[in-house]
Design a protein around this ligand. Sequence first.
Ligand code: SF4
Ligand code: SF4
Length: 373
Amino acid sequence: MSKVYFASSRTKKWSYDDSMPGKLERLLKEIGMMNYFSPDEWVAVKTHFGSEGAHRIVRPVFLRKVVDALKRIGARPFVTDTVRIKGLDYLEVANQNGINHLSVGSPVVLADGLYGNDNLMVKAGEILGEIAIASVIYDVPAMVVCSHVKGHINSGYAGAIKNLAMGGVSGYHRTYGWKCGRGSMHTIGEGELVWDAEKCELCYQCRDVCPLDAIQFKDDELVWEDNVCWRCGRCERVCQSESLTLPGDSERFIRSLAEAARAVISTFEPNKIIYINFMAEIQPECDCMPAADVPVIQDIGILISEDIVSIEQASIDMLLGSLPLPGSLANDRDIKDGEDIIMKLHNKPYILQIEEAERLGLGLRKYELIEIK
Ligand code: SF4
Ligand code: SF4
């Protein structure tokens, strides 16, 4: 059984110690940074920079607290994420969302280079075979994984496993293309994007959201550039009329997240990664979407653990024990108190990612919750 330290979002005293940044500092002391990281060691602080329009990410103030805690023990932190849109644009998104050297107190770097193709092939497992891990994450000896807990249209739940699986893997490999990148989780077979002209409302959102300009419209006909597309699935996700289909298999996708996470973790020595799950602004969708809806659950708090399976299980247990918020998508879907809000929002077998991660030996679902007051 692994320990999961927790601090609630509720603030009952008007003191810094009772604030969320103050509680994060106390959580970092509780777990003991010296137990994992050494003086002069380079440490990646892995987060998700978000999207232009999706602002509900892990806030820079929290990244700053992690960076400061690492600096206090003499380690050399930097904040990082893999390229999702064109690299220079993605750094600008990070900056717009408040993540820059000045705000977080350390360099902010792209983990797989400006072109998102700086990566190394690593054995993953029976679903994915080999997968392209971002070179910075492959090379760095230690990491703090800062994940924003939320829903996700394809995986139902998104936390630390998804942050590592999608966020530690590149979209593209120089030799093997999308087939050894994130797209190998999103789609199956040749990943042929199918367009249904009858259903299409010509809103052009798919074209506008594509990070690679792989979709154009000519005479009201969609033209898709197969050899340019990374199979990121953004076009399919934003299409409100279900005119676009990227072939997929939900169960395979969710299980493959655990496999990809294991591949990322396999590039570290034991005891060199800790996980922080931020359960705040819990919106129904991924932070890579072009907008963020209002939260479906009230802020819960921050969890920290050395065990990725325990922290994910504890986060899910807390989500399931929370009330759906009025005025949110949970309300639109008529989700009642006590119902499985994650399943009701996206109808995906989300728990498979945790079960698979445990089966692959990444950690234990049984945990001891230690709350700091
Ligand atoms: S899956 Fe869609 S959005 Fe993603 S790269 Fe391909 S065409 Fe563009
Ligand atoms: S997002 Fe969907 S409806 Fe809009 S143009 Fe693209 S395929 Fe058509």
